[in-house]
Design a protein around this ligand. Structure first.
Ligand code: UT7
Length: 329
């Protein structure tokens, strides 16, 4: 039995930067409201025709270059997304074709904002069991494809992006992924969802007229559950591994709201210097926030060999999770 470890990480965002000031021109909102309520200053929006699999493939290409391996070396591709290019085939199949990972199989996983953490935990088991040695785990969402441009409650909150990591078996003496907690509470489903387009309300003129193919969120309710849920999954994982928050080198939380991040960090008693925050630049990129957080921290040399890192997330479902790993690069 092996543990799984992260051996490469990369992200890709579309070129187009949309600032709060840009949104002031099209919505009844203000830079001041968005900044103080969410921490967001700008986000990236995909160009017309750019798809989730394009962003995912671009992040994957960067990752393969960084690791110095060929696409055909990849065994399996897991894509966490709620904005696939289409219902089927899966985004994983589209990415496999785009990057030329001829030997790989793959599948999509729907866990909303917790999708990447769910995918990472799932993929780690393929490595842990010895079934596969190189698993590409991608978190990618093109949120603009499901946002109502006229709804200030949601349109200002999200951005488009993809992040990827490669999982491989640990060597002797290495720890890699240590533990994870995965949870969901289906009773929270109504607070954050996209009601149209599925088997309950198949796409029709009526679903379009009623804006059912857009994200609907009761922000206040989700906020309350998010702070509580993230605080629980983080304290529980630390407790059961006999780890103090002060032992952590870095905390990478899902980026939905700076006030949620700060509240959870405060409950953990974490110094702000140990908390990754990039919501300012990219807004909430759903499944991509965590891999971007890891990739940016690696890029900026905030991660050192042996560092203990905690990931935490909360999202639609409700879904939540935490994952503890040791950085081995
Ligand atoms: O990642 C998935 C999980 N999602 C989350 O974790 C999101 C959690 N929720 C939040 O982050 C926050 O609840 C929001 C950022 C969505 C909203 O912030 P809030 O402080 O909870 O605001 P609110 O919803 O209570 O709204 C306060 C006011 C309302 O006006 P009234 O009713 O008090 O007159 C809203 O209509 O702010 C208004 N408002 C806006 N005003 C200017 C809502 N959106 C905007 C906007 N610009 N964009």
């Amino acid at each position: 039995m092996y543990n799984a470890k992260i051996t490469a990480t990369a992200y890709h965002v579309p070129e187009k930067v949309v600032t709060n000031q840009d949104l002031e021109k099209i919505l009844d909102t203000s830079d001041e409201w968005i900044r103080t309520r969410t921490g967001i200053r700008e986000r990236r929006f995909a160009a017309r025709g750019e798809t989730t699999s394009d962003l995912a493939a671009a992040a994957s290409q960067k990752l393969l270059e960084q690791r110095g391996i060929a696409a055909r070396d990849v065994d399996c591709i897991v894509v966490a997304t709620i904005t696939p290019d289409m219902f089927f085939p899966s985004t994983a199949c589209l990415v496999q074709e785009k990057i030329g990972a001829k030997r790989a199989w793959g599948f999509d996983l729907s866990g909303a904002c917790s999708g990447f953490l769910y995918a990472l935990a799932t993929a780690s088991q393929f490595v842990h069991s010895g079934a596969y040695r190189k698993v590409l785990v991608i978190g990618a969402d093109l949120m603009t494809s499901i946002l109502n441009p006229k709804d200030r409650n949601t349109y200002v909150l999200f951005g488009d992006a993809a992040g990827a990591i490669l999982l491989e078996p640990t060597r002797r003496g290495e720890q890699g992924i240590i533990d994870f907690i995965l949870r969901c509470d289906g009773s929270g489903g109504r607070f954050l969802c996209m009601p149209g387009g599925g088997s309950l309300h198949p796409a029709s003129h009526e679903t379009v007229r009623k804006n059912m193919h857009f994200v609907h969120q009761d922000g206040r309710a989700v906020f309350k559950y998010a702070v509580q849920g993230m605080a629980e999954v983080t304290t529980d994982i630390l407790k059961r591994n006999h780890i103090r928050a002060s032992d952590l080198a870095l905390f990478v939380p899902h980026q939905a709201n700076i006030r949620i991040i700060d509240a959870v960090a405060e409950r953990l008693g974490l110094h702000p210097s140990k908390v990754v925050r990039n919501i300012e630049d990219f807004a909430n990129t759903t499944a991509a926030t965590l891999p971007i957080g890891i990739a940016e921290s690696h890029e900026r040399r905030r991660l050192h060999k042996g560092d203990l890192v905690l990931l935490a997330t909360f999202g639609a479902g409700f879904t939540s999770g935490s994952l503890l790993f040791r950085w081995t690069l």
